[in-house]
Design a protein around this ligand. Structure first.
Ligand code: F6P
Length: 361
């Protein structure tokens, strides 16, 4: 392939830049030029590209200095968007025409569920050679143990909760801290264990508002009765009852028994999505980017490269920690992760059930 495109799509995640850098470097090393589509699929449809490589005076293909620098930064240099137009076949046809007009022979898509769904449609409808790289802080993508951004997001949550714990202990307060993750409770579960939080509230358990209030009240009274100064409850974004409402209802429920109870709500929100990528996100990005371009140049299409997937199968790559999976399998497994039927989700929940009695101690 003489020329390929790369794009980042959906919610940005730390490590997307590192993956774009790896894709560009490997392609350049193989003599392939790279264009970055700006704002994800939107740039593909509108023909808005940035040259990520150029040809030097001695004829070598070299990487844009900014792509190199951005590899160590959060966000995404080439921009991202959730493209409504690309969900329609008409939008995808426009994007295909743009690829053809520029002689672009392959595409690397870095993103989450929606982005990989678009990549699959593009590959099957138009025969475009497409490779996906999982990028989303939510960790809700099938066929991969982690997606780019998850590790950095967890480090950010842990740091924020350390700070909250300091002030909580000073005032002997309880905190309900909401973390992102859309419908997936992974960030909440993983950070709750790392923080030795008192409880974790996740959508996957299917509790009602009243049950959640009882659970929060229960861990607070147990914690205080044992002399704890900090009660930390991590709530996943997937639980749609707002933090402030849960706090208000729990305070009302507890006041008769504990008139001085003080609970605070903190929503970490987009703070969790920004920041320089951790070592792990950079390393995984580099290795996924390498394998994605290698596979693309070998003619692979309609696949995603996954990091140490827990499920057997897949075509081996030169990197033993990276496996290639057909996108339709990735999308099926992603759906089952979210609806709870996946063995991975069941394993996570079973582990949390076992941990919940210990967390509250
Ligand atoms: O998918 C990543 C994510 O950060 C989710 O955790 C969150 O629900 C959503 O994106 C927020 O999207 P937006 O930035 O469009 O508000």
């Amino acid at each position: 392939m003489k020329k390929i495109a790369v794009l980042t799509s959906g919610g940005d995640s730390p490590g997307m830049n590192a993956a774009s850098r790896a894709v560009t470097k490997l392609a350049a090393a193989k003599g392939t030029q790279v264009l970055g589509a700006l704002e994800g699929y939107e740039g593909l449809i509108d023909g808005a590209f940035r040259e990520l490589t150029h040809v030097s005076s001695d004829g070598a293909i070299v990487i844009d200095g900014e792509v190199d620098t951005a590899g160590n930064q959060g966000g995404t240099l080439i921009g991202s968007a959730r493209s409504l137009r690309f969900r329609e076949k008409e939008g995808r046809a426009k994007a295909f025409a743009q690829l053809q007009a520029r002689g672009l022979e392959g595409l690397v898509v870095i993103g989450g569920n929606g982005s990989l769904t678009g990549a699959h449609a593009f590959a099957t409808e138009f025969g475009v050679k497409v490779m996906g790289i999982p990028g989303s802080i939510d960790n809700d993508i099938g066929c991969t143990a982690t997606a780019l951004g998850v590790d950095t997001a967890l480090n950010t949550i842990v740091e924020a909760c350390d700070r909250i714990s300091d002030t909580a202990r000073a005032h002997r307060r309880a905190f309900v801290v909401e973390v992102m993750g859309r419908d997936c409770g992974y960030l909440a579960m993983a950070s709750a264990i790392a923080m030795a939080a008192d409880a974790v509230l996740i959508r996957e358990r299917g509790k009602t508002e009243a049950q959640l209030v009882e659970d929060i009240a229960g861990v607070i009274s147990t914690g205080y009765s044992r002399g704890k100064r900090r009660i930390l409850i991590i709530k996943a974004e997937g639980i749609t009852v707002p933090c402030t409402r849960l706090v208000k209802l729990t305070e009302e429920r507890m006041r008769p028994e504990l008139p001085t109870v003080e609970i605070r709500a903190t929503v970490l929100g987009h703070v969790v999505r920004g920041g320089a990528p951790s070592y792990q996100d950079r390393a995984v990005a580099g290795r996924l980017g390498f394998s994605a371009v290698t596979a693309l140049l070998e003619g692979a299409t309609d696949e995603m490269v996954g990091w140490l997937p827990p499920t057997p199968g897949g075509l081996a790559t030169a990197d033993s920690s990276v496996l290639r999976f057909p996108l339709d399998r990735v999308l099926t497994e992603t759906a089952s992760l979210i609806d709870g039927s996946s063995p991975v989700t069941k394993r996570r929940l079973a582990l949390m059930e076992k941990a919940s009695g210990v967390l509250a101690l």
